[in-house]
Design a protein around this ligand. Sequence first.
Ligand code: TNX
Length: 531
Amino acid sequence: MRRHHSTTPRMARILGSLLLVAAAGAFTVAATPASKPAATPLDQVVPVPASVTPGGSPYRITHEARIRVPDTRAARQVGAYLADLLRPSTGYPLPVTTRGPADIQLRLQPGKFGAEGYRLDSGHGGVTITASAPAGLFHGVQTLRQLLPASVEKKSVQPGPWLVAGGTVQDTPRFAYRGAMLDVSRHFFTVDQVKRYIDELALYKFNELHLHLSDDQGWRIAIDSWPRLATYGGSTQVGGGTGGHYTKADYQEIVRYAASRYLEVVPEIDMPGHTNAALASYAELNCDGVAPSLYTGTEVGFSSLCVPKQITYDFVDDVIRELAALTPGRYLHIGGDEAHSTSHADYVAFMDKVQPIVAKYSKTVIGWHQLTGATPAKGALAQYWGLDDTSAEEKAQVAKAAQNGTGLILSPADRLYLDMKYTEDTPLGQDWAGLVEVRRSYDWDPGTYLAGVPGSAVRGVEAPLWTETITKSADIEYMAFPRVAGVAELGWSPAATHDWDAYKVRLAAQGPRWEARGMAYYRSPQVPWTD
Ligand code: TNX
């Protein structure tokens, strides 16, 4: 709360209006001099809301508060999620009910707010979140959460007071695809570790979780028809540790948990390159019929499925069929990057055969942007991971595909790769795409980033975290935070709100929240942290 003591002109204006309201006798809680906490201004949220109209008295959550929700299963679940968030730190009972008076209300109103938008109205009597779909209620809950003091994130009872500033937030996302990727192949992460990251992403309104489930160093998902993929191909990882894999039940638990946080899981099986773990598990997948050893290093580009062999496509069909059956989401990511040991002709032939298999199991293809060098299937999305200095030809190839209808997910490696070091001194990560400080990661516009790409082709942004050097949750958090919050804002907030100087202040206020949650993060000197 200390940041409210600094008197930026904006803060002075807000304080002035609070005092006016107090003088009018309508306001009793937070208008006393600066030593008493004030409510967080409605626009001090990440990602910044599309529109904010401050005004009126704040709402104060009390011991008597109840949460009323529409009587649908999804809405009741969002209500229960909100209650679970608030109970430990407030110590209040916060019953969730479908009828009767309640000062915290979630409401569903068809149409108006779209698939993910919401309105939050706050005043003396309470706070109401209205949306057209449960996802909008969930995102509205994240805004409400950030409007409360950072100590709301703690797991033990805190003093409060639990004030929500008065006024209205109207909010809806700029892009439909707002993703984060976790590479569980280079190092394996348990179901609980993935859930922890899901919870951290949900706070910033991400809606896609891309899991990189296979690579040279490990195959991480059980496939019944090819059991050695997981039991042998998943038995190690970078550095030679024991690795691991998800059983189908484990994987379904991740999918279920992600869905409860309104994230869709995008599973990736990387092919035809990045396949050493599969090739090591089944000799018959190799052109020469000889299985290579398991691999625990960090080189890329040395492995390839055998494009001319029919068994390759039987294998791919089995894997995609079983994975599609585990996937309620729309997408199946087939990788396609760095196939350096596959000839161009073979790469094109492979993609021509594999994309229809994805369609056969009713999923939409996503591929790394090298897919645009083949013939992307109708409706496919390409994930761009180039850099500022990627060749003009390569960028033009991607732009041409976009003009022809291929949607793009933007993950420029020199901005959004969360495994890039922040500075030379960052103890984790790599630097092949350069050093990526917090400002560089945030300060660009996905809408105009690639020349010749129609705005409508840009479906959104995604922040990949490759894990060659990442082994535990604290590592994930240190590399993701603060940068991933900026990716969320690039994906959600209107282009017109984009402003580093305003953003860095809002970002600074997230630090105490991460601390209250026990998260690691990088204290970038570019951010004016308040404590
Ligand atoms: C490139 S990006 C890769 C990954 C590595 C990453 C390390 C991409 C599609 N491929 O295989 O893990 O760099 O930063």
